[in-house]
Write a protein that binds this ligand. Structure first.
Ligand code: NDP
Length: 369
C-alpha cells in the first residue's frame, strides 16, 4: 500500500459512519431492553451507589447471531469490518473526539452535586477534556462509561470475526490465526461472563470519563488489541507442536491467575469471610485480603493479564515485533497503573497498607518486581 492509498482508506465514509452508529444504537436499545442482573456499584463518597444492568453476554450472543444470520442470507458481508478497518478506525477516532468535547461542554455546565455527576474543573481545557469532568455521565439514562467499555470489548470481537471471515474467504486460514482467534474469543467471552466484576474496577470507580477513557475503550481496545489478527492476514507462520503446547500453557496459566485473582478480590469485597482456596481468608486491618493470589503479589491479576496478552501474540512467531504491540503496551500500562493504584491505596488505607506491603513485598511478579 502506498501513502496515497493509506490516506484514502483512512477517510471516513457514510458507510463506516452508518456501521458505527448502528452498532451503538443496537447496544443502547438492546442494552436497555434485554434482561440482566442489576448489580450495585461501589458506594460513592456521598453514600450513593449506581446500578449496572449486566446483560453484555446476552447482547453479544444476540449480536453475533444477528450478524451471522445476516451473513448467511447475504444481507451483511462478513468481511465488511476487515475490508474497512482503517476507515472505521478514523471514524471511531473522530466520534471519540466529538463525544468527549460534548462531555466537556455539558460537564462544565452541569450544576449537579452528586458524586457521580459533580463537575471537576481545573480550568485547563486540555486537562479537563483528557481526564474528563464527571465521574459517571449519562445519556438517556445510559451510564456512558459502562457503555463504552462494553462497546470496545464487543468491537474487538467483531473485528476478529470479520478478519476470520476474510481469512476463510481468501483460503489463508492458518493454525496461528485459529489460536489467536480462540484465545482472544475465550478472553472476551470470559469478560462478558464476568461483566459484573467490571463494576468494581479502577476505571469504573475512580477515573472520570474524558478522552483518555473514551479513546481507550472505543479506539484502542478494538483496533490495537486485534493487531495480531490484522498482521496474520498478510503473514504466514509455521508453528511447531512444542510452540503450540507452550502457547496453550501460557494462555491457561495466565487465564487462571487473571481470573482467579480478580474473582478472589471480588468475592472478598462482597463477603470478607468467603473462603480463599478452601481456607478462611487472611485479612489485614479488617480491610485487605492477604491470602490466595493477593498473598503472593499485590497485583497478581496484572501478571495473569500480561501472560494472556502474550499468548495472543505467540501464535505470530518471533519474526516481527508488531504482533507484540499489545503485550508491550499492557506491560507499560500496568506498571504505571500499579504505581498509581499503590499511591491511592497508601493514601486510603495508610498503616494498614504499609502492613500489607511488609507482608506481601512483591508488586506484580513474585521475587522479581
Ligand atoms: P485492581 O483489580 O487491581 O484493583 C485495585 C483496587 O483493588 C485497589 O485500588 C483497592 O481498591 C483494591 N485492592 C487492592 N489490593 C487489595 C487487597 N489486597 N485486598 C482488597 N482490596 C484490594 O484494579 P484494576 O481495575 O486496575 O484491574 C482490574 C483488571 O483489569 C486487572 O486484571 C487488569 O489486568 C485488567 N486491566 C486490563 C487492561 C487492558 O487494557 N487489558 C487495562 C486495565 C486493567 P479499594 O479502594 O476498593 O479497596
Amino acid at each position: 500500500m502506498d501513502l496515497n492509498s493509506i490516506i484514502n482508506s483512512l477517510l471516513p465514509s457514510w458507510t463506516s459512519v452508518a456501521m458505527l452508529l448502528s452498532f451503538f444504537t443496537y447496544l443502547g436499545i438492546a442494552g436497555s431492553i434485554l434482561p440482566g442482573r442489576n448489580i450495585p456499584g461501589v458506594t460513592l463518597s456521598d453514600g450513593t451507589r449506581l446500578h449496572y444492568r449486566c446483560n453484555g453476554l446476552l447482547l453479544l450472543l444476540l449480536l453475533v447471531l444477528l450478524l451471522g444470520t445476516g451473513a448467511w442470507i447475504d444481507l451483511v458481508p462478513p468481511t465488511a469490518i476487515a475490508d474497512r478497518g482503517l476507515e472505521l478506525l478514523s471514524t471511531t477516532f473522530m466520534f471519540s473526539v466529538f463525544v468527549t468535547l460534548t462531555l466537556y461542554v455539558t460537564g462544565r455546565q452541569s450544576r449537579k452535586q452528586s458524586s457521580s455527576l459533580k463537575p471537576h474543573v481545573t480550568g485547563s481545557l486540555i486537562h479537563d477534556w483528557w481526564f474528563g469532568i464527571q465521574l459517571n455521565p449519562q445519556f438517556t439514562g445510559i451510564d456512558l462509561k459502562f457503555f463504552f467499555v462494553r462497546a470496545g470489548m464487543m468491537g474487538w470481537l467483531l473485528i476478529n470475526l470479520s478478519i476470520l471471515a476474510k481469512c476463510i474467504q481468501e483460503g489463508i486460514l492458518s493454525i496461528s490465526m485459529i489460536f489467536y482467534q480462540l484465545f482472544s474469543f475465550l478472553y472476551i467471552l470470559d469478560y462478558f461472563f464476568h461483566e459484573e466484576y467490571m463494576t468494581s474496577t479502577w476505571d469504573i470507580i475512580a477515573e472520570r470519563l474524558g478522552f483518555m477513557l473514551v479513546f481507550g475503550d472505543l479506539v484502542w481496545i478494538p483496533f490495537t488489541f486485534s493487531i495480531q489478527g490484522w498482521w496474520l492476514l498478510s503473514h504466514r507462520v509455521e508453528l511447531t507442536a512444542a510452540a503450540v503446547i507452550a502457547n496453550c500453557l501460557v494462555f491457561l496459566i495466565g487465564y487462571f491467575v487473571f481470573r482467579g485473582a480478580n474473582k478472589q478480590k471480588h468475592d472478598f469485597k462482597k463477603n470478607p469471610k468467603a473462603l480463599i482456596w478452601g481456607r478462611p481468608p487472611k485479612v489485614i486491618g479488617g480491610k485487605l485480603l492477604a491470602s490466595g493470589y493477593w498473598g503472593i503479589a499485590r497485583h497478581c491479576n496484572y501478571l495473569g493479564d500480561l501472560l494472556v496478552a502474550l499468548s495472543f501474540s505467540l501464535p505470530c512467531g518471533l519474526s516481527s515485533p508488531i504482533p507484540y504491540f499489545y503485550p508491550i503496551y499492557l506491560l507499560i500500562l500496568l506498571i504505571w497503573r500499579e504505581r498509581r493504584d499503590e499511591a491511592r491505596c497508601a493514601e486510603k488505607y495508610k498503616e494498614v497498607w504499609a502492613e500489607y506491603r511488609k507482608l506481601v513485598p512483591w508488586r506484580i511478579l513474585p521475587y522479581v518486581y
